[in-house]
Write a protein that binds this ligand. Structure first.
Ligand SMILES: NC(=O)c1ccc[n+]([C@@H]2O[C@H](COP(=O)([O-])OP(=O)(O)OC[C@H]3O[C@@H](n4cnc5c(N)ncnc54)[C@H](OP(=O)(O)O)[C@@H]3O)[C@@H](O)[C@H]2O)c1
Length: 216
């Protein structure tokens, strides 16, 4: 029998042309209404997961602020344990449970640096975080639902390994352009439409000048 793994909901705000940030990494796409919707969603899941570059670019808190509700556990994929100690996530880890998912390749120096903080360090994968293994480990704890909040490289790894169960995507009214701007799902991408993840549209919500798409 396959091991239990948490339910993964891919969540993002995208431009009409499918970007999640500009070429310089500006990702301020969402309206206040959408932030409130997202934060309500955050308060309903057990954990939020992002890749290391999202922390480096956005320095997010990944908390519930625009509505009342509990903060989910925060998970950062960071194979070598390079997350800056002056990032908002590390600065608040004594108040909000935080998991840094690293690989076996993490240098001792970085492991020691992170060990000084009240963080949970979960090791999976030889050179890079093995997300299947990570989800198995998380599934054995109290984490049953994960909101996958990007960026494009992390989203691809989950999509490519068949680990996305639902998607909630806000289409914001911007056309960003730029071949180097990050898209919702980056990585190598599929070579054929027939090999791509095909989602099922469940619901559409119009939100002023935005549209929220619900898939599973
Ligand atoms: N609009 C939105 O909703 C939204 C949301 C989130 C992010 N963003 C934007 O997205 C951009 C960052 O996206 P990104 O694609 O550059 O990076 P990312 O997905 O945030 O982070 C990728 C990094 O995560 C680490 N990682 C560890 N294990 C991994 C695994 N199994 N699969 C994938 N990554 C793994 C890798 O670094 P190591 O190899 O060092 O571990 C990898 O380079 C930022 O500009 C941010 O503003 C937008």
């Amino acid at each position: 029998m396959a091991a239990f793994r948490p339910n993964v909901i891919l969540s993002a705000a995208i431009s009409v042309d499918g970007k999640i940030a500009t070429k310089t990494g500006d990702s301020a796409l969402s309206s206040l209404v959408d932030k409130k919707r997202l934060h309500k969603l955050r308060s309903s899941v057990d954990a939020i997961l992002v890749g290391k570059n999202t922390v480096l670019h956005d320095d997010p808190l990944l908390t519930v602020r625009y509505t009342d509700g509990k903060n989910p556990i925060r998970i950062v994929l960071d194979s070598l344990g390079q997350i800056p100690i002056d990032s908002q996530i590390i600065k608040t880890c004594h108040k909000i449970q935080t998991i840094i998912a690293v690989s076996e390749k993490i240098p001792k120096k970085n492991l020691n640096r992170l060990s000084k903080f009240p963080l949970d360090i979960v090791i999976s994968g030889k050179n890079r975080v093995d997300i299947k293994k990570l989800l198995e480990i998380l599934g054995k704890s109290k984490i049953k639902t994960i909101l996958l909040e990007g960026g494009g490289a992390t989203n691809w790894d989950f999509v490519n390994q068949g680990l996305v169960d639902q998607a909630i995507i806000t289409v914001t009214p911007f056309l960003i352009g730029g071949k180097d701007a990050k898209t919702l799902v980056d990585g190598d991408g599929s070579s054929k439409i027939s090999h791509s993840l095909r989602l099922k549209l469940k619901k559409i919500k119009r939100q002023n000048n935005e549209v929220v798409l619900y898939y599973n």
